[in-house]
Design a protein around this ligand. Structure first.
Ligand SMILES: NC(=O)c1ccc[n+]([C@@H]2O[C@H](COP(=O)([O-])OP(=O)(O)OC[C@H]3O[C@@H](n4cnc5c(N)ncnc54)[C@H](O)[C@@H]3O)[C@@H](O)[C@H]2O)c1
Length: 344
Protein backbone atom coordinates (compact mmCIF):
# COMPACT_ATOMS: atom_id res chain seq x y z
CA UNK A 1 0.00 0.00 0.00
CA UNK A 2 1.40 3.43 -0.94
CA UNK A 3 2.09 5.44 2.20
CA UNK A 4 0.16 8.67 2.76
CA UNK A 5 2.43 11.58 3.68
CA UNK A 6 1.27 13.46 6.76
CA UNK A 7 2.28 16.52 8.73
CA UNK A 8 1.54 17.91 12.19
CA UNK A 9 1.19 21.50 13.39
CA UNK A 10 1.58 21.76 17.16
CA UNK A 11 3.94 19.37 18.98
CA UNK A 12 2.71 19.90 22.55
CA UNK A 13 1.11 17.55 25.08
CA UNK A 14 -1.32 15.73 22.77
CA UNK A 15 1.32 15.11 20.09
CA UNK A 16 2.69 12.12 22.05
CA UNK A 17 -0.61 10.33 21.38
CA UNK A 18 -0.18 11.01 17.64
CA UNK A 19 3.45 9.89 17.82
CA UNK A 20 2.34 6.52 19.21
CA UNK A 21 -0.44 6.23 16.61
CA UNK A 22 1.92 7.00 13.70
CA UNK A 23 4.49 4.53 15.01
CA UNK A 24 1.77 1.85 14.92
CA UNK A 25 0.59 3.00 11.48
CA UNK A 26 4.03 3.25 9.88
CA UNK A 27 3.09 0.81 7.08
CA UNK A 28 0.38 3.12 5.78
CA UNK A 29 1.29 6.65 6.88
CA UNK A 30 4.62 8.48 6.77
CA UNK A 31 4.94 11.38 9.18
CA UNK A 32 6.98 13.62 6.86
CA UNK A 33 6.97 17.14 8.39
CA UNK A 34 6.15 18.70 11.76
CA UNK A 35 5.92 22.31 12.94
CA UNK A 36 5.88 24.00 16.30
CA UNK A 37 6.61 27.62 17.14
CA UNK A 38 8.93 26.16 19.79
CA UNK A 39 11.33 24.51 17.36
CA UNK A 40 12.80 22.15 20.00
CA UNK A 41 9.38 20.45 20.31
CA UNK A 42 9.17 19.97 16.53
CA UNK A 43 12.75 18.65 16.45
CA UNK A 44 12.02 16.15 19.23
CA UNK A 45 8.93 14.75 17.50
CA UNK A 46 10.64 14.63 14.08
CA UNK A 47 13.54 12.67 15.60
CA UNK A 48 11.21 9.71 16.21
CA UNK A 49 10.48 9.38 12.45
CA UNK A 50 13.37 8.79 9.99
CA UNK A 51 13.42 11.48 7.29
CA UNK A 52 10.81 13.65 8.99
CA UNK A 53 11.51 17.38 8.50
CA UNK A 54 10.69 20.08 11.02
CA UNK A 55 10.42 23.82 11.35
CA UNK A 56 9.05 26.60 13.52
CA UNK A 57 7.28 28.13 10.49
CA UNK A 58 3.95 27.04 9.06
CA UNK A 59 5.04 28.29 5.60
CA UNK A 60 7.70 25.57 5.49
CA UNK A 61 5.07 22.88 6.02
CA UNK A 62 2.76 24.41 3.41
CA UNK A 63 5.45 23.87 0.73
CA UNK A 64 5.79 20.13 1.44
CA UNK A 65 4.25 17.41 -0.75
CA UNK A 66 1.86 16.22 1.98
CA UNK A 67 -1.64 14.77 1.71
CA UNK A 68 -2.84 15.26 5.28
CA UNK A 69 -2.13 17.68 8.12
CA UNK A 70 -3.12 17.20 11.75
CA UNK A 71 -3.85 20.45 13.60
CA UNK A 72 -2.88 20.11 17.28
CA UNK A 73 -2.50 23.78 18.15
CA UNK A 74 -4.36 25.90 20.74
CA UNK A 75 -8.09 26.34 20.07
CA UNK A 76 -7.88 29.92 18.74
CA UNK A 77 -5.47 28.78 15.98
CA UNK A 78 -7.51 25.86 14.62
CA UNK A 79 -9.28 28.00 12.02
CA UNK A 80 -6.15 29.81 10.78
CA UNK A 81 -4.10 26.62 10.58
CA UNK A 82 -6.81 24.44 9.06
CA UNK A 83 -7.74 27.01 6.39
CA UNK A 84 -4.06 27.52 5.43
CA UNK A 85 -3.59 23.74 5.07
CA UNK A 86 -6.82 23.22 3.12
CA UNK A 87 -5.87 26.10 0.79
CA UNK A 88 -2.47 24.42 0.30
CA UNK A 89 -4.37 21.34 -0.92
CA UNK A 90 -4.08 19.11 2.16
CA UNK A 91 -6.82 17.17 3.92
CA UNK A 92 -7.06 18.20 7.58
CA UNK A 93 -7.89 16.39 10.80
CA UNK A 94 -8.09 18.92 13.61
CA UNK A 95 -8.33 18.43 17.35
CA UNK A 96 -11.50 19.44 19.16
CA UNK A 97 -13.11 21.94 19.40
CA UNK A 98 -13.43 22.53 15.66
CA UNK A 99 -12.92 26.28 16.31
CA UNK A 100 -13.84 29.01 18.78
CA UNK A 101 -16.94 30.25 16.94
CA UNK A 102 -19.44 28.71 14.55
CA UNK A 103 -18.49 31.44 12.02
CA UNK A 104 -14.88 30.21 12.13
CA UNK A 105 -16.10 26.62 11.70
CA UNK A 106 -18.09 27.77 8.64
CA UNK A 107 -14.95 29.38 7.18
CA UNK A 108 -13.11 26.07 7.63
CA UNK A 109 -15.93 24.13 5.96
CA UNK A 110 -15.93 26.61 3.04
CA UNK A 111 -12.15 26.19 2.69
CA UNK A 112 -12.56 22.41 2.50
CA UNK A 113 -15.32 22.75 -0.10
CA UNK A 114 -13.53 25.24 -2.34
CA UNK A 115 -10.39 23.08 -2.38
CA UNK A 116 -12.16 19.74 -2.75
CA UNK A 117 -10.41 18.52 0.42
CA UNK A 118 -11.76 16.82 3.53
CA UNK A 119 -11.90 18.24 7.04
CA UNK A 120 -12.39 16.01 10.07
CA UNK A 121 -12.56 16.76 13.80
CA UNK A 122 -11.33 14.52 16.61
CA UNK A 123 -14.03 13.19 18.95
CA UNK A 124 -12.31 9.92 19.81
CA UNK A 125 -14.80 8.81 22.47
CA UNK A 126 -17.42 8.10 19.82
CA UNK A 127 -15.27 5.06 18.99
CA UNK A 128 -15.57 3.39 22.41
CA UNK A 129 -17.04 -0.06 21.60
CA UNK A 130 -19.88 0.30 24.13
CA UNK A 131 -20.84 3.68 22.66
CA UNK A 132 -20.96 2.15 19.17
CA UNK A 133 -23.17 -0.67 20.50
CA UNK A 134 -25.54 1.74 22.29
CA UNK A 135 -25.78 3.92 19.17
CA UNK A 136 -26.77 0.83 17.16
CA UNK A 137 -29.34 -0.32 19.76
CA UNK A 138 -30.88 3.17 19.95
CA UNK A 139 -31.17 3.29 16.15
CA UNK A 140 -32.78 -0.16 16.18
CA UNK A 141 -35.34 1.18 18.69
CA UNK A 142 -34.25 -1.24 21.45
CA UNK A 143 -34.31 1.50 24.10
CA UNK A 144 -37.74 2.75 22.97
CA UNK A 145 -38.28 6.48 23.17
CA UNK A 146 -35.25 8.25 24.70
CA UNK A 147 -36.45 10.04 27.81
CA UNK A 148 -33.32 11.68 29.24
CA UNK A 149 -29.57 11.70 29.80
CA UNK A 150 -26.99 12.89 32.27
CA UNK A 151 -23.26 13.41 32.24
CA UNK A 152 -20.88 14.21 35.08
CA UNK A 153 -17.25 15.13 34.85
CA UNK A 154 -15.24 15.71 38.05
CA UNK A 155 -11.61 16.28 37.20
CA UNK A 156 -8.62 18.09 38.63
CA UNK A 157 -6.62 20.64 36.71
CA UNK A 158 -3.91 22.09 38.97
CA UNK A 159 -2.88 25.74 38.61
CA UNK A 160 0.25 24.55 36.75
CA UNK A 161 -1.98 23.19 33.93
CA UNK A 162 -2.96 26.77 33.13
CA UNK A 163 0.58 28.14 33.24
CA UNK A 164 0.96 28.45 29.48
CA UNK A 165 0.16 31.15 26.96
CA UNK A 166 -3.38 30.04 26.06
CA UNK A 167 -5.12 27.86 28.67
CA UNK A 168 -7.48 29.65 31.02
CA UNK A 169 -8.08 32.52 28.58
CA UNK A 170 -11.42 33.37 26.92
CA UNK A 171 -9.61 34.72 23.88
CA UNK A 172 -7.38 31.70 23.26
CA UNK A 173 -8.94 28.64 24.94
CA UNK A 174 -12.45 30.00 24.37
CA UNK A 175 -13.69 28.89 27.80
CA UNK A 176 -12.71 26.38 30.47
CA UNK A 177 -14.02 23.01 31.56
CA UNK A 178 -16.94 23.07 29.09
CA UNK A 179 -15.11 23.77 25.81
CA UNK A 180 -11.95 21.88 26.70
CA UNK A 181 -12.86 18.84 28.82
CA UNK A 182 -16.64 18.31 28.95
CA UNK A 183 -17.11 18.95 25.22
CA UNK A 184 -16.59 15.18 24.85
CA UNK A 185 -19.61 14.43 27.08
CA UNK A 186 -21.77 16.98 25.24
CA UNK A 187 -20.71 15.45 21.94
CA UNK A 188 -21.43 11.89 23.09
CA UNK A 189 -24.93 12.75 24.28
CA UNK A 190 -25.71 14.63 21.03
CA UNK A 191 -24.33 11.68 19.05
CA UNK A 192 -26.39 9.09 20.96
CA UNK A 193 -29.60 11.16 21.02
CA UNK A 194 -29.52 11.35 17.23
CA UNK A 195 -31.33 14.68 17.34
CA UNK A 196 -30.47 18.26 18.27
CA UNK A 197 -30.86 20.41 21.38
CA UNK A 198 -33.68 22.96 21.20
CA UNK A 199 -33.41 24.70 24.61
CA UNK A 200 -30.40 25.31 26.84
CA UNK A 201 -30.41 26.75 30.37
CA UNK A 202 -26.89 26.75 31.74
CA UNK A 203 -24.70 28.31 34.38
CA UNK A 204 -20.93 28.62 34.63
CA UNK A 205 -18.74 29.87 37.46
CA UNK A 206 -15.14 30.09 38.61
CA UNK A 207 -15.06 28.86 42.17
CA UNK A 208 -11.69 27.36 43.06
CA UNK A 209 -9.17 27.91 40.25
CA UNK A 210 -8.69 31.61 40.75
CA UNK A 211 -5.64 31.88 38.46
CA UNK A 212 -7.82 31.56 35.33
CA UNK A 213 -10.35 33.84 33.55
CA UNK A 214 -12.60 31.02 32.39
CA UNK A 215 -15.06 28.72 34.21
CA UNK A 216 -13.97 25.82 36.41
CA UNK A 217 -17.57 24.57 36.86
CA UNK A 218 -20.72 24.39 34.78
CA UNK A 219 -24.16 22.82 34.79
CA UNK A 220 -27.04 22.88 32.35
CA UNK A 221 -30.46 21.51 31.50
CA UNK A 222 -30.54 20.80 27.77
CA UNK A 223 -33.83 19.90 26.09
CA UNK A 224 -33.63 17.92 22.84
CA UNK A 225 -36.00 17.78 19.86
CA UNK A 226 -37.37 14.46 21.14
CA UNK A 227 -38.48 16.20 24.38
CA UNK A 228 -35.88 14.54 26.61
CA UNK A 229 -33.88 16.61 29.08
CA UNK A 230 -30.12 16.17 29.48
CA UNK A 231 -28.67 17.08 32.87
CA UNK A 232 -25.05 18.23 32.46
CA UNK A 233 -22.41 18.85 35.13
CA UNK A 234 -18.65 19.43 34.87
CA UNK A 235 -15.92 20.78 37.14
CA UNK A 236 -12.13 20.97 37.08
CA UNK A 237 -11.62 21.31 40.85
CA UNK A 238 -12.21 17.77 42.11
CA UNK A 239 -9.36 16.06 44.01
CA UNK A 240 -8.50 13.69 41.11
CA UNK A 241 -9.58 12.77 37.59
CA UNK A 242 -12.60 10.66 38.42
CA UNK A 243 -14.08 8.60 35.53
CA UNK A 244 -16.68 10.52 33.56
CA UNK A 245 -20.20 9.13 33.56
CA UNK A 246 -22.69 9.46 30.74
CA UNK A 247 -26.11 7.85 31.01
CA UNK A 248 -28.84 7.61 28.38
CA UNK A 249 -32.27 6.60 29.54
CA UNK A 250 -35.05 5.22 27.36
CA UNK A 251 -38.51 3.72 27.94
CA UNK A 252 -36.96 0.24 27.72
CA UNK A 253 -33.72 0.65 29.61
CA UNK A 254 -30.56 2.58 30.32
CA UNK A 255 -26.95 2.65 29.14
CA UNK A 256 -24.25 3.96 31.47
CA UNK A 257 -20.75 4.83 30.30
CA UNK A 258 -18.14 4.90 33.08
CA UNK A 259 -14.80 5.89 31.60
CA UNK A 260 -14.57 3.47 28.63
CA UNK A 261 -16.89 0.77 29.97
CA UNK A 262 -20.60 0.66 29.11
CA UNK A 263 -23.30 -1.08 31.14
CA UNK A 264 -26.48 -1.81 29.18
CA UNK A 265 -29.67 -2.70 31.04
CA UNK A 266 -32.66 -3.40 28.83
CA UNK A 267 -36.02 -4.47 30.28
CA UNK A 268 -36.39 -8.24 30.40
CA UNK A 269 -32.70 -8.88 29.63
CA UNK A 270 -29.66 -9.65 31.76
CA UNK A 271 -27.52 -6.51 32.23
CA UNK A 272 -24.34 -6.67 30.20
CA UNK A 273 -21.12 -4.68 30.24
CA UNK A 274 -19.11 -3.87 27.13
CA UNK A 275 -15.45 -3.56 28.00
CA UNK A 276 -13.00 -1.44 26.01
CA UNK A 277 -10.60 -3.13 23.58
CA UNK A 278 -8.11 -0.31 24.12
CA UNK A 279 -6.03 -1.16 27.17
CA UNK A 280 -4.19 1.05 29.65
CA UNK A 281 -0.91 0.40 27.79
CA UNK A 282 -2.09 2.59 24.90
CA UNK A 283 -0.70 6.13 24.87
CA UNK A 284 -3.23 8.67 26.12
CA UNK A 285 -5.17 8.96 29.34
CA UNK A 286 -8.06 6.52 29.70
CA UNK A 287 -10.04 9.07 31.74
CA UNK A 288 -10.30 11.41 28.75
CA UNK A 289 -10.49 8.71 26.13
CA UNK A 290 -7.59 6.86 24.51
CA UNK A 291 -9.31 6.05 21.24
CA UNK A 292 -7.33 8.54 19.15
CA UNK A 293 -5.54 5.90 17.12
CA UNK A 294 -8.83 4.26 16.21
CA UNK A 295 -10.29 7.54 14.91
CA UNK A 296 -7.05 8.43 13.10
CA UNK A 297 -7.02 5.00 11.40
CA UNK A 298 -10.67 5.49 10.40
CA UNK A 299 -9.80 8.92 8.96
CA UNK A 300 -7.12 7.42 6.70
CA UNK A 301 -9.36 4.48 5.74
CA UNK A 302 -12.07 6.94 4.63
CA UNK A 303 -9.56 8.95 2.58
CA UNK A 304 -8.33 5.79 0.84
CA UNK A 305 -11.89 4.65 0.12
CA UNK A 306 -13.08 8.12 -0.95
CA UNK A 307 -15.69 8.31 1.85
CA UNK A 308 -16.50 11.29 4.11
CA UNK A 309 -14.03 11.44 7.02
CA UNK A 310 -14.98 11.46 10.70
CA UNK A 311 -16.17 13.58 12.45
CA UNK A 312 -18.07 15.59 9.86
CA UNK A 313 -17.27 19.29 10.57
CA UNK A 314 -20.97 20.29 10.41
CA UNK A 315 -21.61 17.75 13.17
CA UNK A 316 -18.62 19.04 15.20
CA UNK A 317 -19.92 22.58 14.69
CA UNK A 318 -23.23 21.61 16.30
CA UNK A 319 -21.41 20.32 19.39
CA UNK A 320 -19.51 23.62 19.50
CA UNK A 321 -22.87 25.42 19.17
CA UNK A 322 -24.10 23.60 22.27
CA UNK A 323 -20.98 24.68 24.22
CA UNK A 324 -21.54 28.28 23.13
CA UNK A 325 -25.24 28.15 24.06
CA UNK A 326 -24.30 27.09 27.63
CA UNK A 327 -21.96 30.10 27.84
CA UNK A 328 -24.56 32.48 26.38
CA UNK A 329 -27.30 31.20 28.66
CA UNK A 330 -25.08 31.83 31.69
CA UNK A 331 -23.94 35.25 30.48
CA UNK A 332 -27.47 36.42 29.73
CA UNK A 333 -29.05 34.50 32.62
CA UNK A 334 -31.82 33.08 30.47
CA UNK A 335 -32.88 30.02 28.57
CA UNK A 336 -31.47 29.92 25.05
CA UNK A 337 -33.79 28.75 22.32
CA UNK A 338 -31.35 27.20 19.87
CA UNK A 339 -31.17 28.19 16.23
CA UNK A 340 -32.82 24.91 15.21
CA UNK A 341 -35.86 25.57 17.42
CA UNK A 342 -36.03 29.26 16.44
CA UNK A 343 -36.20 28.43 12.71
CA UNK A 344 -38.98 25.85 13.06
N1 LIG B 1 -9.07 14.85 22.11
C1 LIG B 1 -8.58 14.96 23.35
O1 LIG B 1 -8.97 14.23 24.25
C2 LIG B 1 -7.54 15.99 23.62
C3 LIG B 1 -6.70 15.91 24.73
C4 LIG B 1 -5.74 16.91 24.92
C5 LIG B 1 -5.66 17.97 24.03
N2 LIG B 1 -6.51 18.03 22.98
C6 LIG B 1 -6.50 19.16 22.03
O2 LIG B 1 -5.23 19.24 21.39
C7 LIG B 1 -4.92 20.61 21.10
C8 LIG B 1 -3.57 20.94 21.70
O3 LIG B 1 -3.62 20.74 23.09
P1 LIG B 1 -2.29 20.46 23.94
O4 LIG B 1 -2.76 20.05 25.28
O5 LIG B 1 -1.38 19.56 23.18
O6 LIG B 1 -1.69 21.92 24.01
P2 LIG B 1 -0.15 22.35 24.19
O7 LIG B 1 -0.15 23.77 24.62
O8 LIG B 1 0.57 21.35 25.03
O9 LIG B 1 0.42 22.24 22.70
C9 LIG B 1 0.13 23.19 21.70
C10 LIG B 1 1.40 23.32 20.86
O10 LIG B 1 1.12 24.21 19.78
C11 LIG B 1 2.28 25.02 19.61
N3 LIG B 1 1.89 26.27 18.94
C12 LIG B 1 1.23 27.33 19.46
N4 LIG B 1 1.10 28.29 18.52
C13 LIG B 1 1.66 27.82 17.39
C14 LIG B 1 1.84 28.35 16.09
N5 LIG B 1 1.37 29.57 15.75
N6 LIG B 1 2.48 27.59 15.17
C15 LIG B 1 2.97 26.37 15.49
N7 LIG B 1 2.84 25.82 16.73
C16 LIG B 1 2.18 26.53 17.65
C17 LIG B 1 2.78 25.27 21.03
O11 LIG B 1 4.12 25.69 21.06
C18 LIG B 1 2.56 23.90 21.66
O12 LIG B 1 3.69 23.07 21.54
C19 LIG B 1 -6.10 21.42 21.65
O13 LIG B 1 -7.04 21.62 20.63
C20 LIG B 1 -6.70 20.51 22.71
O14 LIG B 1 -8.06 20.74 22.97
C21 LIG B 1 -7.43 17.06 22.75
Amino acid sequence: MEKIKAGIIGCGRISSVYQAAFENMKDEVELAFVVDKEVCRARKLAAAFPGCGYSDKLEDLLKQPLSVVHVLTPHFLHKEHAVACLDAGFHVLTEKPVALTTEDADAMIRAADRNGRQLGVIFQNRYIEGIQEVKKLIEQGKFGRITGAFSTLNWWRPPSYYECDWKGSWEKEGGGVVIDQAIHSLDLVRYLMGCEPVKVKGHIDRRILTNIEVEDVADAAITFENGSVYSFFACNYYTSNSPIRVEISGENGIALLTQNEVLIQLKGQEPRTIYPSVGPDVKGEAYWGNYHEIQIRDFYRCLREGRPVPTDPEDAKRTLGLVLDIYRSSRENREIITERQATE
